[in-house]
Design a protein around this ligand. Structure first.
Ligand SMILES: [Zn+2]
Ligand SMILES: [Zn+2]
Length: 479
């Protein structure tokens, strides 16, 4: 079978084609002018801006044209533009989501759509609620953003409690949709230790799936781990990252794949157990919006949609086809031609997209002058940033982010020298041995002794030595 993923639409209803250079789109950093001031404001959007309606429709129509009858659609969140909270309110969030929802539902009448909430699908942004305010907000999404047209017939008590749910496809594969925005660092209203009891629910859900001998594809908006394009950009609060990652690792036998959006760039991750064995593949699809991030180094991307082929019962992702719109060409020609950017197995030269094959691919990435890595890097910006050659630190950063969803191992990977894959394996084993045995407390103990001797010997030794004999004192002074 096949299914679509569409993500990070960020529809900007204020996008303007007026020819004033200061009046194009609204953003966190005020009005943004066109990327190329020499031409009239572009028809399908600007690399500096969120999606105009024309682009939203173009993406959905392209999906319909390219593969009109998918088994289902994963819609992984973020529909509201990047605007300051002062320009927005909850009513605007609901109405903007309603517009996008109705268009997608109309385009794919009768096809199941499994939506996730993004960090922008709320006001103030990032603050997806738990507790008392939850029922009002998620009920509002259901009612006023027209999500009832997609969620009708699902078990929704968890949705009204915390924006997450689980459902079976007609082929019996389970789809779990997590609300990972509850674990997001910028969410100040989610509560410890388990917002909306989502983690415990997820654990029980996965156990039940195992008992029934079923498999699951897990989707959500924000992925665990770190962004690959800049240093140290971790999404979840550390505790939530490690709990969620532990769940993914412990249940890799039932998890066929995990699928997220949010990063706007095209990448993937591999979860691993303590011995470094690959578990579940994690696919991070690029955005529809071309919007240039305010974080230096992330940049903008061409608009993208993705079609997966998968096994209907095991859920294994067999392949995916990445489609994109070359935005500058489309604007120049005033014609929206969506093309295949790449086909995963063919362009990366892998047999399947199983975690073990992807892991071997990353080993190839790590080699010098890897053409596989160069291709990956081109696709990372949806073939927008084709000039930059990503080597040294840049490449190191991508490889660490892909391989290490765990924060500590990511930090270790980043702080270390550039490892070739085999030395990394030995190093990992050493570290995991260290973490699992007494070697960490032991080395801390040795370090403390060392500091004690270095900093406390001259002035403090007479006091410390009160109860010791001269012989011991002499020994210490020698050390
Ligand atoms: Zn987004
Ligand atoms: Zn997001």
């Amino acid at each position: 079978g096949a299914f679509w993923q569409i993500t990070d639409i960020h529809y900007d209803s204020n996008f303007s084609r007026q020819p004033s250079p200061n009046d194009l789109c609204h953003s966190y950093d005020g009005y943004r002018g066109p990327t190329d001031p020499g031409i009239p404001h572009p028809m399908f959007g600007d690399y500096n801006c969120d999606s105009p309606w024309k682009l939203v429709e173009s993406a959905m129509d392209a999906m319909k044209r390219l593969h009109p009858n998918p088994d289902f659609i994963l819609w992984t969140g973020d529909n509201v533009p990047h605007e300051p909270d002062s320009d927005f309110d909850l009513f605007k969030v609901f109405s903007s989501m309603k517009t996008v929802t109705e268009r997608l539902v109309r385009t794919f009448e009768g096809i199941p759509i499994y939506p996730s909430l993004g960090n922008h699908d709320v006001w103030p942004s990032d603050q997806l609620p738990v507790g008392k305010k939850a029922a009002d907000f998620y009920g509002g999404i259901y009612e006023h953003a027209s999500w009832k047209t997609m969620l009708d017939g699902f078990h929704l008590d968890t949705f009204f409690k915390g924006g997450y749910y689980s459902v079976d496809t007609i082929f019996g594969l389970r789809i779990i949709n997590v609300n990972s925005v509850l674990w997001y660092k910028s969410n100040k209203v989610s509560t410890f230790p388990d917002p909306a009891d989502q983690l415990i629910w997820l654990e029980e859900e996965l156990q039940e799936i195992r008992r029934k001998g079923k498999k699951v594809i897990l989707a959500g908006h924000i992925p665990p781990g770190s962004l690959a394009r800049v240093d140290n950009m971790k999404w979840f609060t550390a505790k939530f990252n490690s709990k969620f990652n532990d769940l993914l690792v412990a249940n890799s036998d039932v998890l066929a794949a995990t699928i997220f959006g949010h990063e706007h760039t095209d990448s993937f991750r591999i979860t691993r157990d303590n011995n470094g064995h690959p578990g579940t593949p994690m696919f991070l699809a690029p955005a529809v919006t071309p919007w240039k991030s305010t974080v230096p180094g992330i940049g903008s991307n061409n608009p993208a949609i993705r079609l997966y082929t998968y096994n209907r019962t095991s859920g294994s992702i067999l392949d995916y086809q990445q489609y994109f719109l070359n935005l500058s060409a489309a604007n120049r020609q005033e014609k929206d031609q969506w093309h295949t950017e790449y086909i995963a197995t063919k362009d990366f030269g892998v047999k399947t997209l199983a975690a073990s094959d992807l892991s071997e691919l990353v080993d190839k990435f790590a080699q010098e002058n890897s053409s596989e890595f160069d291709r990956y890097y081109q696709y990372n910006s949806v073939s927008n940033d084709v000039q930059t050659k990503c080597v040294d630190t840049c490449k190191h950063r991508h490889i660490c982010a892909i391989k290490e969803v765990d924060y500590d191992l990511y930090d270790l990977c980043m702080s270390g020298p550039y490892f070739s894959s085999s030395s990394m394996k030995v190093f990992r084993r050493l570290v995991s041995f260290c973490l699992n045995s007494l070697c960490l407390p032991l080395s801390l103990f040795v370090l403390m002794i060392f500091l004690y001797v270095v900093f406390m010997r001259d002035d403090q030794i007479p006091i410390m030595m009160k109860n010791n004999n001269a012989q011991q004192r002499e020994k210490l002074l020698i050390a």
